[in-house]
Design a protein around this ligand. Structure first.
Ligand code: NAD
Length: 351
């Protein structure tokens, strides 16, 4: 086994990294972990993992060449910097930091030490996202101009440390970072304005239900919504393009593309709908024969590409799939979204 990984923070996600890497990544073996909680350390020991005495103890192990950080968000900056300085290739969970300035500190140390730093933006391997990416690349809906991306639950407040500002809690940092990372990778154009509506419906300190609007320089706009209080869900994705509409209903990627049967077929315009309050031609439903329904692309994502790319970058200098600069751009957008909420208006930018 060429590479040995240590994990700092052995809660839900730390355990997931350990199991996923040991089961699915041939080139890496997880050697051990450090967690501040005794139960987490005991769980790791039961699995036969080495339990270190502290983060410093783990980072001092010369056998480890890679470290994954999966603690609450407020520890990411300090632990990432310590890990890089200890000479380890460092993978940090999302959100990489609390804000862009913290990430800039990490990037400076990564440059200074020459050690690899990347962020676990695993939702780039979500099937629904990749389906939209392939759909846009295929041109099936023509030129896209408005994209809607939503994740909606109804479990109420942000759970545990995610409910506290000190820990970097809240929905914008928790899920916003995923949906923004996806959107910035879909639309190849600078962001020229952002607007946030952040609601703390159940969680007094942080946002738990949010709506974000982004405008890109190339005239594409995007709406991102994340909810913990939604009882009637809208589709995961809704894409408006000049030639048609696409809907991705759910994570499993059910959905469809609907577009004109023949380009420019607008010849059914005699239909008028009469409602109690008056007639409308513009909003009259289109007869079925004028449209065609196409299936969505069906990508087969492989999350192992994330860690295999890190190995390829260490061993062969391959370019990273998730670069610190991409993560920095997302954090800059997040900083501005918080400012938008504070000021109650949209913020111009060029990011
Ligand atoms: P969690 O509460 O389940 O686990 C966090 C663990 O870190 C706990 O066991 C805690 O004891 C430990 N910890 C706290 N401070 C520490 C410190 N200073 N040093 C060492 N250990 C410490 O939380 P989680 O859900 O596993 O989230 C951890 C990180 O993973 C967060 O940054 C979160 O945003 C991220 N996450 C990512 C995904 C994803 O899909 N990429 C999913 C869930 C969580």
């Amino acid at each position: 086994m060429a590479h040995k990984l240590g994990i700092i923070g052995y809660g839900g996600m730390g355990a997931w990294h350990q199991e996923s890497v040991d089961e699915r990544i041939e080139a890496i073996a997880v050697k051990g972990v450090w967690d501040v909680r005794e139960e987490a350390c005991a769980k790791a020991a039961q699995k036969g993992l080495k339990v270190y005495a502290s983060a410093e103890d783990l980072l001092a192990d010369p056998e480890l060449d890679m470290v994954t950080i999966a603690t609450p968000n407020n520890f990411h900056r300090e632990l990432s910097i310590k890990s890089l300085r200890a000479g380890k290739a460092t993978i940090c969970e999302k959100p990489v930091t609390m804000n862009a300035a913290e990430l800039e500190d990490i990037i400076a140390v990564s440059r200074e030490t020459g050690k690899l730093f990347t962020v676990h933006q695993n939702r780039r391997w979500d099937k629904d996202y990749l389906a939209v990416k392939q759909l846009l690349a295929s041109g099936a809906v023509g030129r896209p101009y408005f994209l809607e991306s939503r994740v909606q639950g109804s479990r109420g407040a942000m759970h545990g440390w995610r409910g506290y500002k000190l820990n970097g809690g809240g929905m914008l940092l928790d899920w916003g970072v995923h949906l923004l990372d996806q959107m910035l990778n879909l639309i190849d154009s600078p962001v020229v304005s952002v607007q946030a509506h952040l609601f703390g419906v159940f969680t007094p300190e942080v946002d738990d239900n949010i709506k974000l609007l982004l405008r890109f320089e190339n005239k594409v706009s995007a709406l991102l919504e994340m909810a913990t209080n939604c009882f009637i869900n809208l589709p995961r994705w809704h894409v408006s393009g000049t030639d048609g509409t696409a809907v991705v209903e759910d994570w499993a990627c059910n959905g469809r593309v609907v577009k004109l049967s023949q380009a420019g077929d607008l010849a059914w315009d005699d239909d008028i709908v009469y409602t109690e309050a008056g007639p409308t031609r513009t909003m009259a439903p289109r007869p079925a024969y004028t449209t065609q329904v196409l299936p969505l692309p069906s990508p087969q994502p492989d999350w192992t590409e994330f860690y295999n790319n890190v190995v390829d970058a260490i061993d062969n200098g391959a370019p990273l799939l998730v670069t610190p600069q991409q993560a920095l751009r997302v954090m800059q957008v997040i900083d501005l979204l918080f400012e938008s909420e504070q000021q109650g208006r949209s913020m111009a930018c060029y990011l």
